[in-house]
Design a protein around this ligand. Structure first.
Ligand code: SF4
Ligand code: SF4
Length: 136
């Protein structure tokens, strides 16, 4: 049995397709949708956790790629740059695992690395480039 966290990008033509349903039904995978959103350009992005036999996970990932879903490379490490962060809290609500902590007294934002699944969403949304990443 294995577990993977994947960041998926759906082109416009696939946004309304039952892709995750097929992952569960055809590959017998347990699926946990951690975050799903559609951008203004109507592209979809989704962070999912999948669990099942290793062989089925591989087959499911192959199916995703064949349908045209892009799988973002896994990020190995995420760092919050305290010199650049303005504590605007924009990333806080978008993080699927609530890995950002807001100190209610000072309103300072910090990152709990133990909760971070390295999905990269905060890297994309931070207006001040305050999040550094290391690609795997
Ligand atoms: S979005 Fe960027 S600047 Fe704003 S709190 Fe998050 S890391 Fe800091
Ligand atoms: S990469 Fe950013 S958005 Fe994703 S889990 Fe880690 S802190 Fe949250």
């Amino acid at each position: 049995m294995g577990k993977r966290t994947l960041v998926l990008k759906f082109p416009k033509k696939l946004v309304n397709q039952p892709i995750t349903y097929k992952l569960v039904k055809n590959y017998n995978l347990k699926l946990n949708i951690l975050q799903a959103k559609v951008t203004p350009e109507e592209e979809g992005s989704m962070v999912i956790g999948i669990e099942g036999p290793d062989k089925k996970i591989k087959e499911g990932i192959k199916y995703l790629k064949e349908t045209g879903v892009k799988i973002q490379p896994l990020i190995q490490d995420v760092e919050l740059d305290k010199d650049k962060c303005t504590h605007c809290t924009y990333c806080v609500t978008l993080c699927p695992t609530q890995a950002f902590i807001v100190d209610r007294k000072t309103m300072e934002v910090s990152l709990d690395k133990d909760k971070c699944i390295a999905c990269g969403i905060c890297v994309d949304v931070c207006p001040y480039n305050a999040i550094k990443l290391k690609l795997g």
